[in-house]
Design a protein around this ligand. Structure first.
Ligand code: ADP
Ligand code: MG
Length: 243
């Protein structure tokens, strides 16, 4: 497991901190009991290093770029605070478009993240609605999926322009409603050809929207996305042992 964390914001100096011998609990990170109980039902008791640093920052509303190797727990690092935020304001919401978009590069990952969100919501007995969009969906399938609208949309980026051009999502509604945008496996999104789709979306992402970029590696593509989407983010890098 990695033994040091590097955190940087804007031009602030790089800071390295030795990770405490004793890692924090999910409660100490600010997570609600219902989510902690859901995690325990899944056999998860303590946060991984990337979760330990990312969860409090995301709960505070910061934009975050998180880089940590595959298998380090990045999905819960963003899903747990995302759900907590949406649970806490679900009654006051009167939206025309989803409050959160989670965009991923592949259909398989889309299914995986969708199942993970659904399972957490069910274990919490939460009221949030989540849908996944796939590239094979017709305009009428998309219309049905987005009726309501759902609170959380999990999709590959290509579906968003398709929804916009079919009139199933309105740019103005995205601008009014979107609170959290997650790009998961961000290091792969551009090489999978989603740059234009992401640009078509980011034109409508409001300035107040919290943006989270998760990746396994740092690359020129991640830098490009960071510039396209984030505003003065916290950069969390979890070096591998020996880095
Ligand atoms: P990444 O996105 O960084 O590649 P994942 O989020 O897919 O990693 O997590 C990898 C595995 O670790 C998953 O099976 C997940 O359920 C598990 N996991 C996530 N967080 C924890 C935790 N805090 N403790 C134990 N296992 C965890
Ligand atoms: Mg992942």
């Amino acid at each position: 497991m990695a033994n040091a964390l590097e955190r940087q914001q804007g031009n602030a100096e790089h800071r390295e901190q030795e990770q405490d011998e004793e890692s924090k609990t999910f409660e100490e990170l600010g997570l609600e009991p219902s989510l902690i109980r859901a995690l325990i039902k899944k056999g998860i008791e303590k946060p991984t290093p990337i979760q330990e640093v990312a969860i409090p920052l995301i709960l505070e509303g910061k934009d975050v770029v998180a880089r940590a190797k595959t298998g380090s727990g990045k999905t819960f690092a963003y899903l747990l605070p995302l759900l907590q935020k949406l649970f806490s304001e679900s009654e006051s919401r009167n939206k025309l478009a989803p409050s959160a978009f989670v965009l991923v590069p592949t259909r398989e990952l889309c299914q995986q993240v969708y199942s993970e969100v659904l399972s957490l919501i069910e274990l919490c007995r939460g009221q949030l609605k989540v849908v996944q969009l796939t590239s094979s969906m017709s305009p009428s399938d998309l219309r049905v999926a987005l009726a309501g609208p759902p609170d959380i949309l999990v999709s590959t980026p290509g579906c968003i322009p398709k929804c916009l051009s079919a009139g199933v999502l309105q740019a103005a509604s995205i601008n009014d409603s979107l609170e959290i945008l997650v790009l998961d496996e961000a290091d792969l999104l551009l090489s999978y050809g989603y740059e234009d789709d992401l640009k078509a979306l980011t034109a409508h992402v409001p300035r107040r929207c919290q943006c989270l970029l998760m990746s396994a590696t740092s690359s020129a593509d991640v830098e490009k996305l960071k510039k396209l989407i984030l505003h003065n983010p916290f950069i969390l890098t979890l070096p591998e042992v020996g880095d």
